[in-house]
Ligand binder design. Structure first.
Ligand code: FES
Length: 310
């Protein structure tokens, strides 16, 4: 899609809402809650942003972006766009859909991870489906959309602050009725904590839906390892600050991927031998423990070499 930035509204000192319209004024495609668009930000690369749909829906495609001073440059590039500037973007795609026949839905947001959950709350409210939205931020000043959420969803929204009233995920998930679907979007630490609280509460893995909101950062102690391409025997070295996908592309190999955050599952690859160091949020604990598949956009190796079914 060719889009033009129609307006920018500051939500907090770091979060702004960017409204895009079609450059030729045509109607924009519809989308389901949880969908995102990939926006081409030139030298900063292609970045994915969840679309926000409020009850008073607009004719624009709206995304909220939090400026990350130490990020990879995408959020800064977006914040530097001027109204009237044109960008290319994908059509809406959805890796984080609502279940087909939701019963009770528990929406858990951490920080800027609130954005896809706003669209979900809007849809559930329109359909008259029961839900609650529990939203955590580090501090009140860093929380975007608090007033709009209160206006739109009233007492179905609860707010938590890490520095004052942190969320008790264990108690919250234990209190859920049977058949609850849980939707979680936020940073990896929050997703991991919510998933393990859901597991302790006996909520089936298939009822826990997640989307990661930050790109995984390299971890201290990351070292090089080798990847052997099973079909050809070619061996590629993956450097400490590099992903497997980057290393494969560097030697001219073509692999499929999308989110590059470890949450869409597109890059999933079978492991023939070696010990993966899983860093995604797609695989279940059992799948990770099996060591038979991995997400090559974020995961690394505990062994010196991985042989992958490529
Ligand atoms: S590209 Fe999405 S999980 Fe790897």
């Amino acid at each position: 899609m060719k889009l033009v930035l129609q307006s920018v509204d500051e939500e907090t000192d770091r979060i702004s809402v960017f409204r895009f319209a079609a450059t030729d004024g045509s109607a924009l495609p519809g989308y389901e809650p949880g969908a995102h668009v990939d926006v081409d930000l030139g030298p900063a690369g292609i970045r994915s942003y969840s679309l926000i749909d409020w009850p008073q829906s607009s004719a624009t495609l709206d995304v909220a972006v939090q400026r990350e001073e130490n990020g990879q440059g995408g959020s800064k590039a977006m914040h530097e766009l001027a109204v009237g500037q044109e960008v290319s973007a994908s059509s809406p795609k959805n890796d984080f859909p609502l279940a087909d026949n939701p019963g009770f839905s528990l929406l858990l947001a951490g920080g800027i991870g609130i954005t896809p959950l706003i669209s979900m709350a809007t849809r559930l409210q329109r359909q008259g489906q029961p839900f609650e939205l529990h939203y955590s931020a580090r501090t009140a000043s860093r929380m975007g959309f608090a007033e709009s959420l209160k206006t739109a969803f009233g007492e179905t929204v609860m707010f938590y602050f890490d520095d004052a009233e942190p969320i008790d995920l264990t108690a919250l998930l234990r209190a859920q009725p049977g058949g609850t679907d849980v939707y979680i979007c936020g940073p990896k630490g929050m997703i991991d904590a919510a998933r393990s609280a859901a597991s302790v509460a006996g909520i089936p893995e298939g009822s826990v839906h997640v989307e990661l909101f930050t790109s995984p950062e390299p971890q201290a102690g990351d070292t090089s390892f080798e990847v052997e391409v099973h079909e050809t025997g070619q061996v590629v070295t993956v450097g400490p600050g590099q992903t497997i996908i980057e290393a494969l592309e560097e030697v001219g190999l073509d692999v499929m991927y999308d989110c590059q955050r470890g949450d869409c599952g597109i890059c999933q690859t079978d492991v023939i031998s070696g010990d993966p160091d899983h860093r995604d949020v797609v695989l279940s604990d059992a799948e990770k423990a099996s060591g038979k598949v991995m997400q090559i956009c974020v995961s690394r190796a505990k062994s010196a070499r991985l042989v992958l079914d490529l």
